[in-house]
Design a protein around this ligand. Structure first.
Ligand code: HEM
Length: 272
């Protein structure tokens, strides 16, 4: 978000909203996150159970399991079992936790899934670190993402939540900046979920455990790291669903143009 724009833009003006490094990082990140998610689901398929602590199967009872008995699929979380036939556990006669449509590769292949996962991890981590450095140096984070004290006031937050619920998005001058819900979710992704994914991923690597044994202490053991890795992945999926829904509702052509070319047309003020 930078400024070769009219001094006080109004609804209808085309403004330069997304700088090139943001756009470049965004699309590289979107690609790597999607491949990481899909190959991660195939890796999960090799042992579709999650545990807390240091040790897994034969030591602990899983807190989450996806599987099948006969022709029925199920998801079990704690003591609650949900039938998931056709979606999880078994679909189209294939007994896999996550169905072929959602995984890379689509046929069961743990070795290939790990190769995809580790190759795209570089594409997640290196551009991510460069984006962090650029975001701090260019003041993108401080200027565009950091919430102001006024935006964090409960009354302002509540107003933005109810505006979103009624699909009333910012217009005119106010639409030059991210709204507070965007700022909080983008900060959560950039500084919370993505780093947590990388650190818990490193904690599961025996080589990293030898180099940085403190990682196991931070996350409470390898199985806990695997569980947190999975929970963060689920939260990222939740973010992507809402993110895409908001892009669709706010005007996909204008939103996509701004993330591809940088240029964004400020929505016209509407009578409230
Ligand atoms: C693949 C489909 C995706 C589309 C079409 C899409 C679209 C967009 C658009 C249009 C914006 C700008 C919003 C605005 O200016 O109001 C944006 C920003 C953003 N998106 Fe996405 N997105 C996608 C995937 C993702 C994924 C997978 C992630 C991360 C897990 C992500 C994280 C972000 C973040 C953090 C920003 C703010 C960037 C900044 O200003 O620093 N997006 N996205």
């Amino acid at each position: 978000m930078s400024d070769p724009v009219p001094a006080r833009p109004t609804g209808g003006d085309l403004i330069y909203r997304q700088r090139r490094p943001v756009r470049l990082w965004h699309w590289i990140n979107a690609l790597s996150v999607i491949v990481m998610l899909m190959s991660g689901l195939m890796i999960f398929n090799a042992h579709p159970q999650l545990y807390w602590g240091q040790y897994g199967a034969n030591h602990e009872t899983p807190w989450l399991a996806i599987g099948s008995t006969g022709a029925s699929g199920f998801l079990r979380i704690g003591a609650v079992t949900v039938p998931t036939t056709g979606v999880l556990g078994i679909s189209h006669g294939v007994a896999l936790a996550f169905p072929p449509l959602l995984t890379i590769p689509s046929g069961y292949d743990l070795a290939a899934a790990r190769q995809w996962h580790f190759a795209f991890a570089w594409l997640l981590v290196i551009p991510g670190l460069l984006f962090w450095l650029w975001g701090l140096a260019s003041r993108h984070f401080q200027h565009d993402l950091a919430p102001t004290p006024a935006e964090l006031h409960p009354r302002h937050l509540w107003q933005d939540i109810t505006d979103h619920a009624r699909l009333r998005f910012h217009t005119g001058e106010a639409a030059r900046r991210y709204n507070i819900l965007q700022k909080l979710s983008y900060i959560g992704i950039i500084f919370g979920l993505l780093p947590a994914m990388v650190l818990t991923g490193l904690t599961m690597s025996p080589g990293m455990d030898a180099a940085w044994p403190w990682l196991l202490d931070v996350f409470g053991g390898r199985q806990s790291a695997r569980s947190i890795h999975f929970i963060c992945a689920a939260l990222i999926v939740g973010f992507i669903v809402v993110h895409l829904l908001m892009v669709l509702l706010a005007g996909p052509f204008n939103e996509l143009r701004s993330m591809i070319t940088g240029w964004y047309r400020l929505p016209q003020e509407k009578a409230r």
